[in-house]
Design a protein around this ligand. Structure first.
Ligand SMILES: Cc1cc2nc3c(=O)[nH]c(=O)nc-3n(C[C@H](O)[C@H](O)[C@H](O)COP(=O)(O)OP(=O)(O)OC[C@H]3O[C@@H](n4cnc5c(N)ncnc54)[C@H](O)[C@@H]3O)c2cc1C
Length: 388
């Protein structure tokens, strides 16, 4: 395997590096999980869109550059290397968009993808409910057919909706056939949050940010998917929502949400921190080894994902293999931050970025499907072990 980048890929890297170095806000923005920070992140998203860096791998018609997935990896590496702002549009551009590319009608693709890349529509994910987290098929929010109006009436409650209080739209699963088996009879819906009957109630996280919301739906009307997309609608076939949702979770657990650039950049900062500690003569051999191990793991993740990109480019879906990625990147993120806190010692409490990063890293083994669930998936679907 040839791991060298081509001349045109290197020139793409130089172009994005120079744009990012010129435009990335300094000092960095406040957390995008607060209302003030979210507004500033939105300005950044619109700047990215203006200069066509928001969704580099999408077709030009939707605001992209038609870049290859390899070039997307390069863009991500450069993005994290310069410490550019977190992507508050991520649930749309990284999770929902690949699903719309796969299942959306041409009218849905034109409408949603264009508005998503320009950050006009901001999407949150409505999977979890008070009694449906790991057991996603346990959802009870329902959609009742309204033939006279040509659509559906949604009723129920979603929770843990990241940045739901700041978003304009929600995608989620609703039960359309209450008599069907648990994984059947579900349909994937796209819902404008300003529709009549929607109530969004924000609530705070342990780290003080307001980034979560509960979304209540009370007889909310959305039209069928093949009508005007502006009012929301179904995505994919009615009662086939589980299969559509699995396309979204593959993106969430795998490469799309967490590209290796993110962890290589953190590993690079960890090495810089270790050098500073070493210069003051305080770096023990044991901690130095842990720094090296964490750095090697970030490189290993990057190499592993090259296999994923090869699969995708050659038309094979990573499918259940994305569960490996999810376990690996989430545990790696915790390790990188734990070692940093060890290096900082008692000063760790005073260090904003590493401490904040650590707190968020701790949630990695939970969101996008807990790591226990991912291990079940690997055991059953990748290794073919029997179900207990
Ligand atoms: C930072 C963050 C952001 C999130 N954002 C969103 C969002 O935007 N939209 C959204 O819909 N949800 C979101 N979630 C919710 C997340 O998807 C759920 O927390 C997750 O699916 C687990 O569900 P639960 O919290 O109900 O835990 P539970 O399902 O109750 O699980 C509790 C514990 O039991 C274990 N467990 C459960 N079942 C099994 C089993 N079969 N085998 C082995 N162990 C098992 C779990 O691994 C876990 O340790 C977010 C969560 C976090 C932490």
């Amino acid at each position: 395997m040839d791991l060298t980048w081509s001349a045109s890929e290197e020139s793409f890297r130089a172009e994005c590096r120079s744009w990012l170095e010129e435009h990335v806000p300094r000092p960095g923005l406040p957390s995008g999980d607060t209302s003030e920070g979210f507004a500033l992140h939105l300005e950044w998203e619109r700047l990215l869109h203006r200069d066509r860096w928001a969704v580099v791998s999408w077709p030009e018609a939707y605001g992209g550059r038609g870049a290859s997935l390899w070039e997307w990896l390069i863009f991500e590496e450069e993005y994290y290397r310069v410490g550019a702002p977190q992507r508050v549009t991520q649930n749309g551009i990284f999770l929902l968009a690949p699903t719309i590319f796969e299942f959306g009608t041409p009218a849905q693709q034109d409408h949603y993808l264009t508005r998503m890349s320009s950050a006009e529509d901001l999407w949150c994910q409505g999977w979890s409910e008070p009694n449906a987290g790991s057991d996603l098929a346990g959802i009870t929010s329902r959609a009742a057919r309204d033939d006279a109006a040509g659509g559906w009436r949604l009723t129920g409650q979603k929770t843990w909706t990241t940045r739901g209080a700041f978003c304009t739209h929600l995608f989620g699963l609703f039960r359309t056939d209450p008599d069907a088996e648990r994984h059947r009879g579900l349909t994937y819906f796209l819902v404008p949050l300003d529709a009549e009957g929607v109530t969004v109630r924000g609530f705070g996280r342990l780290d003080g940010d307001e980034g979560f919301a509960e979304v209540f739906l009370d007889d909310v009307f959305v039209p069928d998917g093949d009508t005007d997309p502006a009012g929301g609608g179904t995505l994919g076939a009615v009662d086939q929502g589980w299969g559509v949702a699995m396309a979204t979770t593959t993106s969430e657990r795998g490469l799309t949400l967490r590209s290796p650039g993110r962890f290589r950049a953190t590993a690079g900062r960890l090495v810089d921190l270790a050098r500073e500690v070493d210069a003051s003569g305080c770096l023990s051999e044991l901690v130095a080894d842990r720094v090296a191990d964490a750095w090697i793991d970030a490189e290993a993740y990057a190499l592993f994902t090259l296999g994923d990109v090869t699969d995708i480019v050659e038309g094979r879906s990573p499918g259940a293999r994305s569960s490996y990625n999810k376990i690996f990147w989430s545990e790696l993120d915790v390790r990188l931050h734990e070692v940093a806190l060890e290096l900082l010692g008692a000063d760790a409490e005073l260090d904003g970025p590493w401490m904040k990063g650590y707190e968020f890293a701790l949630s990695g083994p939970i969101y996008a499907g807990t790591n226990e669930i991912q291990r079940n998936i690997v055991a059953e679907r990748v290794l073919g072990l029997p179900r207990k």
